[in-house]
Design a protein around this ligand. Sequence first.
Ligand SMILES: C[S@@+](CC[C@H](N)C(=O)[O-])C[C@H]1O[C@@H](n2cnc3c(N)ncnc32)[C@H](O)[C@@H]1O
Length: 186
Amino acid sequence: MRIERSWAMPNSETFSILPIKLLIEEELTGEEWADPFARNTTYATYTNDLNPNTKAQTNMEALDFLKTFADDSLDGILFDPPYSPRQIKEMYDKIGIPLHDTKSSVWGNWKKEIARVVKPGGKVISFGWNTCGIGKTLGFEIQRILLVCHGGNHNDTIITVETKGETANYPSLKQKTLFEVNIDEN
Ligand SMILES: C[S@@+](CC[C@H](N)C(=O)[O-])C[C@H]1O[C@@H](n2cnc3c(N)ncnc32)[C@H](O)[C@@H]1O
C-alpha cells in the first residue's frame, strides 16, 4: 500500500485542491465513472448532485442515482459525500428539502450500492476524514492513501484509493437481496 502526505490550503471544492486533483488525474483510468456528489466537477462520465444549483447532470439523492446502474457496470466511482451528519443537514437546509436520516446507515447504504455497481478490478476513490473507504467486507482492497494536511486548525482531507477484488464479497449482498425478495414474495 502506498501512503503519501502533502500540504495544501483547504477548499470546499475538494477536487480543486492540487495534490487531490493530481491524484484523480492519475487514478482515473477506464471509461465509465460515476460521481454521485459531483457539485460542479466534470471528471466522471455520469455526474449527480442533490443540489440543483450545480453543474451536475442529475439532481437525485445519491442512493437513487446509484440504483440506476447495473451490477458490475462501472470502471470507478468518485465518492466525495458530506463528511458528517452536520454537513448533510446543512446541505438539506440550504436547498429546502426535509431531512429524514443522518444515521451512519446513510453512509453504509451508499457504500453497499457502490460495491454493487463497480466492476471487479474497478476503483473507488473515497474522500473524507477516515481511511474506511468502501471496505474489506464489501470486497475492496486499499491500494493508496493520500493525507492532505491543511494546517493545525483543520482536519486533514484523507483520500483512499481501493480496487474491487475479482471475487468480491458483494455476491453475499446479492444473496441477501434475493433472500429479502423471497421474504416479500411469501
Ligand atoms: C464534499 S461536496 C463534493 C465536492 C466536489 N467533489 C468538488 O470537488 O467540488 C458534497 C456534495 O454532495 C452534495 N450532496 C449532499 N447530500 C447529498 C445527497 N444525499 N445526494 C446527492 N448529493 C448530495 C452536496 O450538494 C455537495 O455538493
